[in-house]
Design a protein around this ligand. Sequence first.
Ligand SMILES: *[C@@H]1O[C@H](CO)[C@@H](O)[C@H](O)[C@H]1NC(C)=O
Ligand SMILES: *[C@@H]1O[C@H](CO)[C@@H](O)[C@H](O)[C@H]1NC(C)=O
Ligand SMILES: *[C@@H]1O[C@H](CO)[C@@H](O)[C@H](O)[C@H]1NC(C)=O
Ligand SMILES: *[C@@H]1O[C@H](CO)[C@@H](O)[C@H](O)[C@H]1NC(C)=O
Length: 415
Amino acid sequence: MNVKMVNIALAIVLALLTCAPCCIHSDDDRLLVSMTLVHDASALGAFCLDGSLPAYHLHRGFGAGEGNWLLQFEGGGWCNDIQLCLERAKTRRGSTRYMSKWEVFSGILSNNASLNPDFYNWNRVKLRYCDGASFAGDSKFDNGTSLLYFRGQKIWEAIIRDLLPKGLSTARKALLSGCSAGGLATFVHCDNFTSILPRNTNVKCLSDAGFFLDERDISLKRTMRTFFQNLVSLQVIFTREKCAWQGIEPNLDQKCTGSFDYPTLCFFPQYALEYITTPYFILNSAYDVYQFHHILVPPSADLRGYWNHCKLNAASCDANQIDVLQGFRRSMLVALSSFFTNSAGGGMFINSCFAHCQSESQDTWFAVDSPRIHNKTIAEAVGDWYYSRRVTKEIDCPYPCDSTCHNLIPSSQVQ
Ligand SMILES: *[C@@H]1O[C@H](CO)[C@@H](O)[C@H](O)[C@H]1NC(C)=O
Ligand SMILES: *[C@@H]1O[C@H](CO)[C@@H](O)[C@H](O)[C@H]1NC(C)=O
Ligand SMILES: *[C@@H]1O[C@H](CO)[C@@H](O)[C@H](O)[C@H]1NC(C)=O
Ligand SMILES: *[C@@H]1O[C@H](CO)[C@@H](O)[C@H](O)[C@H]1NC(C)=O
């Protein structure tokens, strides 16, 4: 442990000794919020992969924001075969037993008006991710020796049930958000979120780095489509009591699944989006690092590692590789073109930075040197859209024109 971690640990111990668990500021001014386990979840059969109870972190709103609610799905990839899910079940990605019991709330989750001007005083909730399938499944695997719960849909329902009596049921404003696999979860639950809340609640949804494209990789294989198909197939079971198939697919938009030969495609935001009626904001980098590394150039498509340097540092990509990346950006803009033109209540911020998830870290959300498009930060763009201050559909010029990018490849993306 370094000094900082010792200090945080000490601060946590002190907080536990001196006040009811809720939240504290560590000495470097970071807001730490404690975990709430959803005890009623077992009645709904809502469990993490390993059977542990699901959880969230809630920091209460105050002042003018007291009646407003921001729900943020945590991200963290997926597991799409039994072995990977069994491994995940023994980590923080598949079990609340192994999760940090305190989460840093920064960026869109910050409670400081000068760091998060439009949402700082809302009730802010981080929904912990432990089902391996973007909060979408409803089944389990049990072969007598191994047991896995695929209950993401139930976890969503259990957390909502827990929050409703805490004030969510009378929310005046609400925003359902999430990053990466959590950004994908917003597409699955956005309209359902609206239907749960009172009619006069102003409900909107935001996907951060969740717009995963149905795009071929550089060897022309549909790696991501296969990946999602395996994920959906993994979680399918037939239940004799209900005499029905259960899993992810029944929880996807039925108008969408009804209009495709391969209903699984509706797990891709680009197909689901047009059926969603709640106002949406799409925040994504056109060169999203996860998509670059797993959809466009997955290791299976680059066995010789020609892309290794380019993957770690865009400045070392050759002209050909930049062309391929520009092609990916064009595909993303094509997939968003009808949304861009037709969605009256929609907003977007498609920048050209090498990044993945830009709303939860302070330096990309709102800081003096944050990424900008037309001199507007992500926090300002999302705020302008949410509060209908002005139409906000920002598309950046192609790489390398944007000098506000940090282009820091997250270490979690380095393979
Ligand atoms: C809010 O953030 C600003 C900028 O980092 C800082 O100067 C200020 O002390 C913070 N306010 C509180 C109440 O933490
Ligand atoms: C159950 O599945 C696990 C993981 O695939 C496997 O290792 C184990 O042998 C299976 N047990 C039985 C009884 O089939
Ligand atoms: C929406 O969620 C509620 C519970 O939170 C559930 O009862 C209902 O079936 C869901 N509706 C749809 C269309 O998924
Ligand atoms: C960009 O916005 C900042 C405030 O966020 C302002 O101080 C600056 O003058 C603006 N720059 C331009 C070129 O408009």
